[in-house]
Design a protein around this ligand. Structure first.
Ligand SMILES: NC(=O)c1ccc[n+]([C@@H]2O[C@H](COP(=O)([O-])OP(=O)(O)OC[C@H]3O[C@@H](n4cnc5c(N)ncnc54)[C@H](OP(=O)(O)O)[C@@H]3O)[C@@H](O)[C@H]2O)c1
Length: 280
């Protein structure tokens, strides 16, 4: 199949590219070649290449930046997603949209399934939820993928930040009052590779198993990598200006119920990532 990936230069985009590239023809245009906020460029590109699937990973993915620039957040995360959905509808292209755990308010107390009600508490979550709604209104063939706290071998992320700080002897600060589902970009890409071969369109939680606070996550990374460092517990309000939901742990219920792909446990996912980083 022919696949277009938006945000191909991003942390997830690079893992999507290597994973889908093994089996499919992949186009991952650069931001300048394919600015998702430019409707005519988007429709022209999709019309010309006629992909079977478009995986939309590009976003303004920093919650604090979104909170400080709401208009830009809605432009990039919501309206640009509509540009892509319109282009996909015209060409009967299946669209995969990467969404977030931040569509939830974090107050449930247990892991969220795909069947729980959404209620975002920050601009990032609101802009992504509005984009989800647009997909549902515009397309018949779509996958909405809710994922969280991404780590992998490409770019900077919390896992590489903890390892770097331990190596440098610099301070690690991690919230003890925010819990979620750290997820490997490689496992997420593998799950999508299996999912797009099915006709079971809809919403999916795609996360590694096992909820952790940022503090617990930092300690686990240090323990698996065999490094020593002091982790200072902080409150989530100290992370930045965006409000952050207290517990957005997700359960990959629909992947499990359909038997599409079993997401590995978080410990195993971190072990694989650290081992890949050592070989890089
Ligand atoms: N990171 C997380 O923890 C996390 C958690 C939950 C969900 N997600 C979602 O997962 C997806 C991937 O996240 P990520 O962390 O891999 O993101 P990232 O590393 O910040 O990459 C974002 C990508 O989007 C591209 N982009 C931004 N604006 C664009 C535009 N107007 N036109 C075309 N491309 C544009 C960037 O290209 P340039 O760099 O060239 O501008 C970059 O390739 C996003 O949809 C994000 O919302 C991420």
């Amino acid at each position: 199949m022919k696949i277009i990936i938006t945000g191909g230069s991003g942390r997830l985009g690079k893992d999507l590219h290597r994973t889908f590239g093994v089996k499919h023809e992949v186009l991952a245009p650069s931001h300048t070649e394919f600015d998702i906020t430019n409707p005519s460029q988007v429709i022209g590109y999709v019309d010309f290449h006629q992909p079977d699937i478009l995986i939309h990973s590009a976003a303004m993915a920093d919650a604090d930046v979104c909170q400080l620039n709401p208009a830009q957040a809605y432009l990039v995360n919501t309206l640009a997603t509509q540009n892509l959905a319109i282009a996909c509808r015209k060409r009967q292209t299946t669209m995969v949209f990467i969404s977030t755990d931040y569509v939830f308010d974090g107050l449930k107390g247990n892991p969220y399934t795909e069947f729980d009600a959404t209620n975002p508490i920050n601009i990032y979550g609101q802009s992504k939820l509005a984009a989800e709604q647009i997909l549902k209104e515009t397309l018949e063939r779509y996958f909405i993928i809710r994922t969280a706290w991404l780590f992998g071998i490409y770019g900077n992320n919390f896992l590489t930040g903890v390892i770097h700080a331990a190596d440098m002897g610099t301070q690690i600060r991690a919230a003890f009052d925010q819990k979620g589902s750290p997820t490997s970009t490689l496992d997420l890409s593998m799950a999508l590779l299996h999912l797009v071969d099915t006709p079971f369109y809809g919403v999916y939680n795609v996360v590694n198993r096992g909820g952790l606070t940022w503090y617990e996550y930092a300690r686990l990374i240090l323990s698996i990598s065999g490094k020593q460092a002091h982790v200072e517990p902080i409150r989530k309000e100290e992370r930045g200006p965006s409000p952050r939901p207290a517990n957005t742990t997700l359960e990959p219920m629909c992947l499990d119920l359909r038997g599409i792909f079993r997401m590995p446990d978080i410990t195993e996912a971190i072990e694989v990532c650290i081992s890949e980083l050592k070989q890089k």
